[in-house]
Each structure stands twice: as structure tokens, then as C-alpha cells.
Design a protein around this ligand. Structure first.
Ligand SMILES: NC(=O)c1ccc[n+]([C@@H]2O[C@H](COP(=O)([O-])OP(=O)(O)OC[C@H]3O[C@@H](n4cnc5c(N)ncnc54)[C@H](OP(=O)(O)O)[C@@H]3O)[C@@H](O)[C@H]2O)c1
Length: 243
């Protein structure tokens, strides 16, 4: 698959390298190409540098990883190149989610959930109840704001809730790290789950675009390193903090 990565910084560069290692053709963007020269040279012919509109047009799928403050600018620079594409948003809005900051009381102990229940959470239908609970708490997720800015793209949130260093340490190791996936789009969900799995993590569907707030800055799942067998409990506990 061809993957465009908009913003090849700490998280974008890390994911770009792993996608290239997995055999994808990757195009990374930088307004300062010398910053990504070492990365691109290391990946040889699997990776190249492009401008934002070129990388958006190049990708069958796009990973969206600029700083939040530059997100709108990056979308505008893509000149509708994201339209109709699956775009995986890994950003975190810098403004806090009111009333849910912190992770006090969140359990990280062993889960009693069976593998079947965990599998159901990954593959089950969109959780309308989850979205209703989050809607009652008010406010918009960063993902919802990106959807407003580029409504024709098929947005999905993933890889945003723990630092790249944690991803590097946990990648491919048992128990697999749960990677929370939030989207309203079926094709985006399938594509993101595939990539998450390919890169060595366990995709865990947490809900629609509203649910992304749980995983973003100030949300109860932000900075939480959750093993896949604990993901159902972690999501349930995160929803309780919204009450
Ligand atoms: N760092 C992590 O471990 C981590 C983990 C999960 C999520 N996140 C989230 O991911 C986002 C990026 O974080 P980061 O730590 O990777 O930041 P970073 O290292 O500063 O990288 C940001 C990238 O955005 C690009 N960029 C800035 N302005 C742009 C614009 N107007 N158009 C296109 N690209 C632009 C920069 O590219 P050039 O300046 O070279 O053009 C740079 O490569 C943040 O929202 C952060 O919260 C980070």
C-alpha cells in the first residue's frame, strides 16, 4: 500500500519507518527535508520525501501527524488531497478535556475478560451507547474538529495516547499493547485495525469520533499503557469518569 505521512516528527517518523519496514511505499513530508534525510536514507527505496499536497495525493492511506497547532494549516496545504481517503489522525489537541483530566482510580490490574469478549470489542458494531455517554459530557474531540475541517476524508484516530518511546518498547511484545481506534467510518476502521496489527499492536475499537476524546489530551485513556486483555475494562472505567 502507498502511505503518505504528513508530519514526520517523533510520532510520524516512527510510524513511517515501521510502515516502510512492513513493505509499504511511504512518502513523508517535511518543510525542512534535511530533517528527514537520515530517516529516508535508512529506509532506502521504501521511503521518499514529498510536499504535503504530493504526499496526500500519493497515499492510498494517509497518517496525519503534525503538531496540533499546525493541523488546520496542514489540511489546507493538502488541497483536498485527503478527500475520499482513510486518514489516520495521531494528533492530540492541546486544549484539555474538561472534567476528565488525570487517571486516578484507573485500574491497570489483570482483567477477567475472556479473549472472546476482547475480540468482540475489536470487531463488534459501533458503540452508540459509548458515543451517547461522551456526548452528554459535552465538547468536541480533536478528531471531530478535523472532520469539520476536512469532511470528505475518512478519519480515524489511533496511535495518539502513548508516546512513541512506549510504542517502541512494547511493539510486538506479549502481552500486546492495546491501540485504541476511534472512527465513524467502516473502511477507516478496517484499514486502521489492519495497520495497527501489522505494526505489532492489538487494535481495540473504542467508539466513534466522539470517543476519541477519551484517548486525547486530558482524557482518561491518555498516557495509559493498556494491555489488550485489559482494554475492555479500561474503556469501561474511562466512561465512568465521564459521569
Ligand atoms: N511524540 C509522541 O510520542 C506522540 C505520540 C502520540 C501522539 N503524538 C501527537 O502527535 C502530534 C505530533 O507530535 P510529535 O511529537 O511527533 O511532534 P514533532 O516531533 O514536533 O513533529 C511534528 C511534525 O509536524 C510537522 N509540521 C509542523 N507544522 C506543519 C505544517 N504546517 N504542515 C505540515 N507539517 C507540519 C513538522 O514537520 P516540518 O517542520 O519538518 O515540516 C514535524 O515533523 C502531536 O499532536 C502529539 O500530541 C505525539
Amino acid at each position: 500500500m502507498r502511505i503518505g505521512v504528513i508530519g514526520a516528527g517523533r510520532i510520524g517518523g516512527t510510524l513511517a519507518a515501521w510502515c516502510a519496514e512492513s513493505g509499504h511505499d511511504v512518502a513523508v513530508t517535511s518543510r525542512h527535508p534535511e530533517r528527514v534525510r537520515e530517516l529516508v536514507d535508512r529506509m532506502n527505496w521504501q521511503m521518499r520525501v514529498m510536499s504535503v499536497p504530493q504526499a496526500a495525493a500519493f497515499g492510498d492511506m494517509v497518517i496525519f501527524a503534525p503538531n496540533w497547532a499546525s493541523a488546520k494549516e496542514a489540511i489546507d496545504a493538502s488541497v483536498h488531497g485527503l478527500d475520499g481517503k482513510v486518514v489516520m489522525d495521531v494528533t492530540n489537541p492541546e486544549d484539555m478535556m474538561p472534567g476528565t483530566a488525570g487517571t486516578a482510580g484507573m485500574s491497570s490490574g489483570a482483567s477477567s475478560k475472556s479473549p472472546e469478549m476482547v475480540a468482540a470489542a475489536v470487531t463488534g458494531p459501533p458503540t452508540d451507547a459509548t458515543d451517547r455517554m461522551i456526548a452528554r459530557a459535552g465538547g468536541k474531540s480533536g478528531l471531530e474538529r478535523l472532520i469539520e475541517w476536512a469532511p470528505e476524508a475518512h478519519w480515524v484516530k489511533a496511535f495518539n495516547n502513548v508516546p512513541a518511546e512506549v510504542l517502541s518498547r512494547r511493539r510486538g511484545h506479549d502481552p500486546l499493547l492495546a491501540e485504541f481506534v476511534c472512527t465513524d467510518e467502516r473502511d477507516a476502521r478496517e484499514a486502521a485495525c489492519r495497520i495497527v496489527q501489522e505494526l505489532g499492536f492489538a487494535p481495540f475499537y473504542a467508539g466513534g469520533a466522539k470517543a476519541a476524546r477519551l484517548t486525547e489530551t486530558g482524557g482518561p485513556l491518555q498516557s495509559r499503557e493498556v494491555d489488550v486483555q485489559d482494554a475492555t475494562d479500561a474503556l469501561a472505567e474511562a466512561l465512568i469518569t465521564l459521569r
